[in-house]
Design a binder for this molecule. Sequence first.
Ligand code: SF4
Length: 184
Amino acid sequence: MDCNFVNISDLNQYIYCPRRLYYLMFYNTQGINYYLVDGRSKHAHQSRRGGWYREMYLRSDKLHLHGRIDLLEGKTTLTPVERKHGSSYYDNDEIQLAAYCMLLEDYLDEPVRMGYIYLFGTNERYAITITDWHREKVLEITEAIRKMNLYTIPDFASNPNKCKKCSVVQYCMPYETRLLEARK
Ligand code: SF4
């Protein structure tokens, strides 16, 4: 697939499980499960709080990325804020935030060296310094997503616990496949 522009939210999906992104991309399986519904409703509610909500859609030819930054903080120095519905955050959330920082950096043509992750679950905000490691990961994963194609299905997630919360589990069928493989 010649995927010129990768949606930044897909980086997070890919890190969670490349196979999940495969189904979302090629089979239009926008399955809705509890975890997605819960996250979306909190997002919508939070977005109506007055005063600190501004969104900005950006696209970068150089990075092959596009995405909507939900919230930007600051008047002279803009800092992206990525909001999550849990009580903790992970590397994939940091990488997603880094991608927004890089997108903003490209748009402003000036360095964006940090962003925030805000957790609905704890009402806490964490300052994240964007390192070379984050930047390299963003570029590496963007490239991997651009190379994805219909005929190459990624492996199952190495951690089966991820499947319990996955909205495409009914298409992917990890349990059934493992059962059949065990019987061979
Ligand atoms: S069910 Fe598991 S292996 Fe399949 S896409 Fe979801 S997380 Fe990946």
